[in-house]
Ligand binder design. Structure first.
Ligand SMILES: Nc1ncnc2c1ncn2[C@@H]1O[C@H](COP(=O)(O)OP(=O)(O)O)[C@@H](O)[C@H]1O
Ligand SMILES: [Mg+2]
Length: 235
């Protein structure tokens, strides 16, 4: 399976989805960041190939060879990426799913609708365009009324309210510690115990151990939540 996380909007969770939702559930997938900045899953220690939107020829050849790939298209590169995609006949069909993460702000929802329209304009079939509701607080329908309203009157994409990632401090903690949920789950250290034994005056050590303890307590429930979101997005 080959997927692209993309959106005209920045900071909607394209990199979080690529790193924490897709990479661990698509073993062997190549991760490709189409980004001008250096922000990608590589920050977490995952193997990432970095390229720019205008180097689509190289990307296209890689896609033809790959069994499985995750392409994280940064907001500043989506324009160039789509422009290149249309140059090659049917190239857009090399990507099985275009996943558009969206957060609840009005601006992010408007830019997501613009992204849906841009994909439709280059001929991407509606069933390949999937919205991923991100930073959900409590009620997907209420928080993303603009997306559901647009789905109702225009269509052209799939929006399953179960394809949702809840707002959680775990993602910033993982970024700060440059790690992944898989690594946290494999870490045998008992941070609660280490915290009890730590030198009370070593504030830096205490801050680190309490962050690691928070990560350990959050990892399991977050992993289950992401399993449900992954299943729902491809339903
Ligand atoms: N579900 C979430 N809960 C809390 N923070 C999140 C969530 N998703 C993303 N973030 C945070 O929002 C910021 C932007 O996310 P990122 O994936 O880098 O967006 P993009 O790649 O679309 O620009 C990051 O600091 C990230 O940790
Ligand atoms: Mg990003």
């Amino acid at each position: 399976m080959k997927i692209a996380t993309c959106n005209y909007s920045g900071s909607v969770g394209k990199t979080v989805a690529a790193s924490h939702l897709f990479a661990p559930r698509m073993p062997g997938a190549e991760i490709i960041a189409v980004e001008s900045t250096n922000e990608s899953a590589a920050d977490l220690g995952l193997p990432v190939e970095q390229m720019r939107g205008e180097h689509f020829g190289r990307l296209f050849r890689k896609l033809l060879m790959a069994e499985s790939a995750i392409i994280d298209v940064g907001a500043s590169n989506i324009e160039a990426f789509l422009a290149e995609l249309v140059k090659y006949d049917e190239a857009h069909l090399e990507i099985d799913y275009y996943v558009l993460p969206v957060v609840g702000s009005g601006k992010a929802q408007r830019e997501t609708i613009k992204s849906i329209q841009a994909l439709a304009a280059i001929g991407v079939p509606a069933e390949r365009v999937r919205v991923l509701f991100n930073r959900v607080d409590a009620d997907v329908h209420e928080e993303f009324a603009a997306i559901f309203g647009y789905a109702h009157h225009a269509g052209g994409f799939i929006a399953n309210p179960e394809a949702a990632i809840y707002d959680n401090e775990v993602y910033d903690l993982l970024a700060n510690k440059r790690t992944t949920i898989k690594e946290i789950l494999a870490d045998p250290k008992n941070y609660r115990q280490l915290l009890r034994e730590a030198d009370r005056d070593d504030l830096q050590a205490i801050a680190h151990l309490s962050d690691m303890h928070a990560l350990q307590s959050l990892a399991r429930p977050v992993e289950r939540q992401l399993d449900r979101a992954f299943a729902a997005i491809f339903l």
